[in-house]
Design a protein around this ligand. Sequence first.
Ligand SMILES: [Cu+2]
Length: 293
Amino acid sequence: MAGRLSSLTLFIALTGCAQVHSGGMLDPAGPVAQVQRDHFLIVVALVAIVIVPVFLALPWILWRYRLSRKSTDYKPDWDFDRRIEWVIWGVPVLVVAVLAAVLWINVHRIDPYRPLALQGVPQGAPPLPVQAVGLDWKWLFIYPEQGIATVDELVVPAGRDIAFDLTADGPMMSFYVPRLGGQIYAMAGMRTQLHLAADAPGGFRGLNTQYNGVDFHRQSFRVRALPPREFAAWAARARSAPPLDVARYAKLVEPSVTARPLVFGRVEPDLFAKVIGKYEGGSAPHHMAQAAR
Ligand SMILES: [Cu+2]
């Protein structure tokens, strides 16, 4: 299987996808993205079992039964062939059964709500909580343990499970760091969860993949995975930055794009809960918030 997968990777590389996807989901940098990449390649291989014969048979049948062909076997009374029936029903049934089994296994392996350790992915330290708030058009990251916050830059310790809580203060958004895995929705008044980890220090791109207005494509952020000790030093330095007070937060919520990442040295401990609480009572139809603008 490994050999077949690597030749498939080569095939995709040769067809130019590598250009598009370098730094994308085909180039995983963490355990979750690794499972997703392998799952994707298995699905492509299984679907190829159905698609390749169709693409080969179509020109062959067109040629074989062409109008100008005069001779050969004309069988007007033929109507059933047990072997053909077994192939055309059996292969799809097998493909669907294997697809279902592989999907079941992988979906449970990388359940976004379960810590990576429970998913059979050993990680060095207990999960680091990070609260992500999707804003028009920026991501706010709150580090409740460190008491700091950032905008459009996510700094994490490498090799450690990051336990995200996500919500949105505005329209629905989709949080996605292709090289680490994920893609999960963030919605106003709701809390979703996600667990990701980076294998090693490095820089990655994260983004919002939910179309929600003119500048949604600029809602991307940098992810920096640092060695744990450097992460601690970064967090300590961040504490000297200005605080995220009510006035600053009100400014952040307004639709705009930040020119460069921001760091806040102090943040209300219950800001995340307050953001969710704003929408309590169902007064804000979060899926349609953009339509109202
Ligand atoms: Cu919702």
